[in-house]
Design a protein around this ligand. Sequence first.
Ligand code: PLP
Length: 423
Amino acid sequence: MSAIKERLAIEGGEPVTREPFPSAGLGPAAIGDEEVAAVSAVVRSGRIFRFLDPENSWCTRLERHFREMTGCEHALAVGGGTASLICGLIGIGIGDGDEVIVPGYTYIASASAVLICSGVPVIAEIDESLTLDPEDAESKITPRTRAIMPVHMRGIPCDMDAIQAVARRHGLKIIEDVAQACGGSYKGRRLGSIGDVGCFSLQQYKVITAGEGGMVVAHDRETYERAALRHDSAMCFWKPGASIVAPFPGENLRMNEMEGALGCTQFQRMEGILARTRTVKKQICRAIDGLPRIQLHRSPDPEGDCGIGIAFFVPKSEDAKRFAAALRAEGVPAGCMYDKGIPDRHIYSFWEYVMTKHSQDRHGRPWTSPLHDSSRTYRPDMCPRTLDILGRAVVLSLSQTYLDRHVEWIIQAIEKVARGTFT
Ligand SMILES: Cc1ncc(COP(=O)(O)O)c(C=O)c1O
């Protein structure tokens, strides 16, 4: 009997597999002896602080890797992805009252970073690429808008041509959130190097990890210097010399040498990880494209896609939950994205402190700043298309640890569930 006619495991049939899939993926799954040796050497040396010996610093080396990868003249290692966004936003001059357009599907940190810089996150719809819809972003522009933040979610490159066209038409800056797409590209250009500033995260769940950590890249010296001043209150003393930006207060958002060593070692693994995840994704996409009841996510550049996740849409949100449950019953790890009952801080409607305009400040700043549009309101249903798209999505995270048999099981399970009928 063909797989098509087989009873689904969720209805009591035989599952496609009973063998558990590898649980970890991407950078952390690739940690090996080299990482252990590099980090141990830093700890033994006692030289943890990056500016003790800048010439021989792992952090300096990691910055060089990112400059070479992106073709940007400047790179700044920082302590995390959120730190990289804060420094990037300060780099491009975001401040009190400035509006920055962010997609309704991104980690809450993207919006939070804007608020930390006293700006206003303006939430726009995503489209079937799971990334910012350029047309909706344009419709949200006001006289206060200063920047657009495309976020390359799940390793999928945003439609950067269209976003750049919007930015050009309205004189806006672009800050790319590349937290989930390190090493990805768009039409041959590395993500992070297309806008005015690119911001990476190197935490646990990313393509490569430094434990915690982030990177800011920029072509423009002033953007870099402003970001660097924000990342360290003594930056002007660590790097004395001619500066085109007058010093202003910063905070400690530095990367340390243990993170630098881990990051450098992982950087050498990045292309290998991406080569495998891209192959896995292409094989699955080829096999499931055109199956009944499902529509693959759109990719503005499939070649540049990191391949670390796959999403497809089913006609109704109830179907997505059942489809994902049916895949899990077949032995394949899958999930759905938007469930009103399960808060996921990657979805704007669960950004409570944005929805309620709550801040740590007893005067309610930045929301109460006279430079803000005080009539701006946020509602959990303000981006209905985003909720509809996410509600109908079934998602699988992909890993370089997936072997051919895992790929085969994923394909078999999706085919089986898509062609099967279940209640
Ligand atoms: C899209 C996005 N932006 C920003 C961040 C923040 O990065 P970090 O956790 O390193 O501060 C993350 C982290 O998960 C993310 O996924």
